[in-house]
Every structure is written in structure tokens, then in C-alpha cells.
Design a protein around this ligand. Structure first.
Ligand SMILES: *Cc1c(COP(=O)(O)O)cnc(C)c1O
Length: 433
């Protein structure tokens, strides 16, 4: 299958090229030219299949032309070596727990898939060493670093904003060593993202080293996130609750929800989507007004959603050919302040005993406020609450238990490189690598 750029000024790319390039040469985002539909029979008995089996069927429909069947199966099965249960929080509201992977957040899925796919291409075609550049506001860095850790022929540089990432998050990509380098940038997330984007555009740098991106813009990261939407449907179907499924996605850069929408395009019966935002409400405002007006990001409690110019908006816009009415008929929005996040996390814990993380809190609240009679809501619980332990403990007045695999990261020794928010400095550093 071929991939085109949302800016329409770049040649079409193969999956391999789209994955290695990350961003298209015209700075657009790659989109699959066709989105193959899953057959009706698949949905008829989806509830009898395991997560891995479901994911492999979806993967075959989307990547089957480009990756040899046995290898693709291996990639999918290795990627999804953990469960993603839909847990009932209260009547008609389910939490799709995406935090049972190695770094306790949903980005493990996309990052692990991408690492394995890239490794497949490297092996298959004997490519030179590849360098992955990734900007993170928290969870991307840890997921990508862990997804690629120890993978031969690939070097990873994680750029993160100084003082804007929790200690626990930081420990998950600064303590790994091996092929992972952590760079602490004196700036905000958008600065880190700009440094990465500039690096891809720099001719001299690209001659010096083969660069690729592992941000949620990469097709190999964002598309596999659709797998768990199908699995959520299968789980609800088993309970007889799948008929009017509403999926609510705590959104920042909009890669996650975008994957769900691609699932919907390929036939997944989602009735509608809700994009839950924190105070960074660019998309919410777009839904209201039809105008997309990026702004500098604001720091909030749900820091992995602090994005002022969500990259994947371009994909949603392209998919619907900019038709605002079509977009708003499928997707609605919500936006919450830090005070509302605190209030809701507390309320949910008091009434149900379920501990939400700050991101999932936005999703839960949007369902509580927006669900209509007869609908069943699933919100994506995008990270384990222990990743934000200090905040969560203070809000609910409790003591969130830290899973052992998180404690192991925190015992590691921090190794990082400090850098000014300057492309010249960043380039000079990479030119010496
Ligand atoms: C990255 C992240 C989000 C936002 O996901 P997008 O795909 O960028 O919209 C939400 N919650 C958590 C915990 C995250 O790490």
C-alpha cells in the first residue's frame, strides 16, 4: 500500500519509506492511500478472538501487502505481550486500561510495533544504522526508548523539556543507557518538537546520518494504536454492550484518537468519538468554530496532553477533506481545567474506588457529562496513576501503589545531556555522533 502526504507536495511512499522518513519531505504527514475494510464475518465473531488475534487481522488488512505474513504476525504478537482490559468503573462507563505494558502507558503499543517493524526493514534490506529522534512531553520518550532498547542498528535520541516531566517519567528514559541517549532541553515540549522537525529538514545533517522520527506522526506508531479499539469493541460485545459504543480519548497530539478513527473507517462500529482535552483546547475550539488556531501550550496536571498545535489534526482534516460538519458529526469535544481534573479524580475515587490518572480523568468526565441514554462509554485510561503518584496521592488523599516495573526504573542511575533550546547546538551535537 502507498502513503501520501497531507500536504500533497511529496511523492507517494511505500510503508518502508514512510516509516523511515517519519515526516514527508513537504512536512506533511503520511496517510494510507486506502484503508482496507475488515469483513463483516470478522466483526460477527470478534468476541471469540484474543487481543493478539484481533490485532493480527487488522494488521493484515493494513500492512499485509508490505510485510511478509509470518513476520507481521511475530511483530504483532511480540508488541502486544500484555493485556488491555476494559474495566467497569460504573454503570455504562468502562476504562480501557492501556497501562499494562512495560512503561505503563498506551504509547508502549505504537512504540513497540514501530521498533519491531523498523528492525524488520533494517534486516530485510540491510540498511545503514538508523537514528530515531523523538520529542516527548513525558510518555512518548519512555515508550519509544523502551520499545527500541537494545535493538541492533538503531540509536535513539530522546528530547524532553527541562523541569516539565515528572521524576518517574524521566527515570524511564534517562536510566536505560545502551542505544538510548536522553537530551534535556531548556524549553517546553513544542521547542523539543521544533528541534526534531528542524533536524529532519537540515540537509547537511541528513547527509551525515540517517534520521527518522518516532513521534506519534509516524505511521508505524499511530496506526497500530487502532488495535485496542477493536479489542475494546470485542470486550463490550461479549458483555452485550457494544451496540452504541462511544469511545472517549484523552487527547494531546491526537495520534491516539486518529488511530481509532481509522479503525472506524475500516468498519469498526463505533457510534461516535469524544476528544477530551485539558486546558489546551485548540481542537475543542475548532469543533465549536471551524477555525484551527494553534497556541503555545499551557502546563497542566495532564502534562502528556499539553500540546498547543496537535500534529495529527492534519490527518483528521485530510481524512474528512476539511468538512467541518462531517468531523463534528463523528467527534465531539470536551475541555477541563486542572481544578475540574482534581474534582473529578476525587469524585470518581470516592464513589467507585477507581483511581484515575490525570489524563484518563478527562476521558471519564467527558463520558459522565456527554453519554446519552442507551450508549455505553469506554474511555482510554492512557497511563497508570502511579506515573503521577505525587499529584494523584495529594488529590485523592491516598497512597497509589507503585508497580514493581516502575520501581525498577526509579532505582536506575540517571544519565542525560543538557542542552540549550538552540538548533545550532543540537545540530553540532549530532554532527559529532
Ligand atoms: C501521549 C499521551 C496522551 C495524548 O495522546 P495523543 O495521541 O498525543 O493525543 C494522553 N495521555 C497520556 C498518558 C499520554 O502519554
Amino acid at each position: 500500500m502507498k502513503y501520501y502526504s497531507t500536504n500533497k507536495q511529496a511523492p507517494q511512499a511505500t510503508l518502508h519509506e514512510a516509516v523511515v522518513k517519519g515526516l514527508a519531505p513537504d512536512k506533511g504527514l503520511y496517510m494510507p492511500e486506502t484503508i482496507n475494510k475488515l469483513p463483516k464475518e470478522f466483526f460477527d465473531h470478534i468476541e471469540d478472538l484474543s487481543f493478539q488475534e484481533i490485532a493480527y487481522e487488522v494488521a493484515k488488512a493494513w500492512f499485509g501487502e508490505d510485510v511478509e505474513a509470518e513476520a507481521l504476525k511475530q511483530i504483532v504478537y511480540d508488541t502486544l505481550a500484555f493485556d488491555v482490559p476494559a474495566v467497569k468503573v460504573e454503570e455504562d462507563i468502562y476504562s480501557l486500561e492501556l497501562f499494562h505494558g512495560p512503561t505503563l502507558a498506551f504509547k508502549d503499543v505504537g512504540a513497540r510495533f514501530m521498533a519491531r517493524l523498523l528492525q524488520y526493514f533494517v534486516k530485510q534490506e540491510g540498511l545503514d544504522k538508523i537514528n530515531v529522534l523523538v520529542a516527548t512531553s513525558g510518555d512518548t520518550g519512555s515508550a519509544v526508548a523502551n520499545g527500541f532498547l537494545g535493538v541492533d542498528g538503531i540509536r535513539v535520541y530522546v528530547l524532553y523539556p527541562k523541569g516539565k516531566v515528572s521524576k518517574i517519567q524521566e527515570s524511564q528514559f534517562t536510566t536505560l543507557g545502551k542505544n538510548i541517549t536522553a537530551i534535556e532541553v531548556d524549553g517546553v515540549f513544542d521547542d523539543c518538537q521544533a528541534l526534531v522537525k528542524n533536524a529532519f529538514m537540515d540537509e547537511e545533517l541528513n547527509k551525515h546520518m540517517k534520521l527518522t522520527s518516532a513521534n506519534s506522526i509516524n505511521v508505524a506508531r499511530f496506526l497500530p494504536q487502532a488495535f485496542y479499539y477493536f479489542y475494546a469493541y470485542a470486550q463490550l460485545k461479549k458483555l452485550g454492550k457494544a451496540d452504541n459504543m462511544v469511545v472517549c480519548v484523552p487527547s494531546g497530539n491526537f495520534g491516539n484518537i486518529c488511530a481509532g478513527i481509522f479503525g472506524w473507517v475500516s468498519g469498526l462500529p463505533v457510534k461516535r468519538f469524544i476528544a477530551a482535552n485539558n486546558a489546551n483546547d485548540i481542537f475543542y475550539k475548532y469543533l465549536q468554530s471551524g477555525k484551527y488556531e494553534p497556541k503555545p501550550s499551557k502546563q497542566t496536571l495532564a502534562n502528556a496532553m499539553d500540546v498547543g498545535d496537535p500534529s495529527n489534526f492534519a490527518r483528521i482534516y485530510d481524512l474528512f477533506k476539511g468538512d467541518h460538519a462531517k468531523i463534528t458529526s463523528l467527534i465531539s469535544g470536551a475541555t477541563y481545567t486542572d481544578e475540574q481534573i482534581q474534582e473529578t479524580m476525587k469524585q470518581c475515587f470516592a464513589e467507585t474506588g477507581y483511581i484515575l490518572d490525570p489524563h484518563g480523568t478527562c476521558g471519564y468526565r467527558a463520558l459522565k457529562e456527554g453519554l446519552k441514554p442507551g450508549e455505553t462509554g469506554v474511555f482510554l485510561e492512557t497511563a497508570h496513576p502511579a506515573k503521577f503518584k505525587e499529584k494523584v496521592d495529594a488529590i485523592i488523599g491516598g497512597d497509589v501503589a507503585i508497580p514493581e516495573r516502575l520501581q525498577a526504573f526509579m532505582r536506575g542511575e540517571k544519565k542525560n545531556i543538557e542542552m540549550k533550546n538552540s538548533f545550532e547546538d543540537f545540530k553540532a551535537f549530532l554532527m559529532k555522533e
